[in-house]
Design a protein around this ligand. Structure first.
Ligand code: NAI
Length: 349
């Protein structure tokens, strides 16, 4: 099968490959759509991929998801993604500046933000080589906090929809991945009275956070089969696959990870099992909202941002209603809604 026919290639507008001999940079920037304003937003991921095909697939899937995510929260831009192949040489200043030059060559069609493997400091370095850097440069932890708050609000909406519970007190939640978003989400859940089971590949991280939050630390492979109300996937892509979905005993899946479903057909499998899945493109949109805002969530002037993020709860309830009305999965309901909103903002979905 040729590249243009690959399932993840959805008539992307522009896919570029960048190489820089001096710094060793090998990167792919995929622009799915630029929208009516001619610009696309998305993160820069630095990751050790199995091979180049896996990196390309990730870039294509993540950029498409970004178009949908921005449309769902009515931010007027298309979606893109930068993927940098981590060759094990580390994240040098030269590498970050080479990323900046690559972004710059796209002339403003792509505005880069932080993602797995990059943080606010990296963005500040990238920003020395290009002006096309998201406003969250310097405070990527703010974006992660905004994401976590949005996931918290969305998880609460899902619990209300599926379990008929107005608050999270006593709700049992399993959190997979305790990085910037997962840890922040776990703290918010603990504060709301949820009982937590926590896992991370980093054993020390899971033990430390479990001790702080009076939670239970479990090994990574154990997280799926726990008898809990909610599973919150906050690690990497493909947490839900043909092996893990049959193990689930929860009634709600609501977490921050991008591309949680290894295969879109799993959305139907979850629906058949009456497990309510909060689509990642909706529930994790808080980071994009945060990146488009110039304030921190907990700063004195953070109330407007909090109000913007609260919309994620309403958005998810609307998607659950639509899925139920149209007798389809929450994934299909989210993608239909995203395409309609993208078109309403003048783009071609
Ligand atoms: P991070 O890199 O800070 O944390 C990821 C954590 O997951 C790490 O602690 C890692 O050890 C752990 N992990 C990886 N694979 C695992 C596995 N199989 N089992 C258990 N733990 C595992 O990343 P961050 O920023 O917290 O993002 C988490 C997810 O949320 C990613 O999928 C990211 O794409 C998504 N996301 C993040 C946003 C942000 O604002 N940071 C915005 C929207 C989505």
């Amino acid at each position: 099968m040729g590249l243009f026919d690959a399932a993840e290639f959805d008539a992307h507008e522009h896919v570029s490959f960048f190489a820089d001999r001096e710094s060793g940079l090998r990167a792919i920037i995929a622009i799915h759509r630029t929208g009516a304003l001619g610009t696309a937003g998305g993160g820069c991921r630095i990751w050790r991929y199995r091979d180049e095909a896996a990196a390309l697939r990730d870039a294509l899937r993540l950029s498409r998801a970004m178009t949908y995510k921005l449309a769902l929260v009515e931010l007027p831009a298309g979606g893109a993604k930068a993927v940098v192949l981590d060759e094990g040489a580390g994240k040098s200043e030269a590498l970050l500046l080479a990323i900046g030059r690559a972004v710059d060559r796209l002339g403003g069609r792509f505005i880069v933000a932080a993602d797995v493997g990059t943080d606010g400091e990296d963005l500040a370095t990238i920003g020395r080589a290009t002006m096309w850097v998201s406003r969250d440069a310097g405070n990527a932890s703010d974006a992660a906090d905004a994401t976590a708050y949005g996931v918290f609000v969305g998880l609460r909406a899902a619990v209300r929809w599926r379990l008929g519970r107005a608050d999270l007190a006593g709700i049992h939640v399993a959190v997979q991945g305790l990085g910037r978003v997962g840890a922040s989400l776990a703290r918010r859940l603990a504060h709301a009275g949820a009982r937590l089971w926590l896992t991370d590949l980093d054993a020390e991280r899971r033990t430390r956070l479990a001790a702080e939050l009076a939670a239970t630390a479990v090994a990574p492979a154990e997280i799926f089969a726990l008898d809990v109300d909610v599973l919150a996937p906050c690690a990497l892509a493909d947490a839900l696959d043909a092996t893990t979905v049959p193990q689930l005993r929860c009634r709600v899946v609501a977490g921050s990870a991008n591309n949680q479903l290894a295969d879109p057909a799993l959305a139907d499998a979850l629906m058949r099992r009456e497990i309510l899945w909060a689509p990642d493109i909706a529930i994790n949109a808080g980071g994009a909202i945060g990146a488009a805002s110039s304030v921190s969530l907990d700063a004195a002037g953070g109330a407007p941002l909090r109000a913007r993020l609260d919309v994620i709860g309403t958005l998810l309830t609307g998607l659950f209603e639509r899925a139920s009305r149209e007798r389809t999965s929450t994934l299909v309901a989210a993608e239909r809604t995203a395409r309609e909103r993208f078109a309403a903002m003048g783009g071609t979905p």
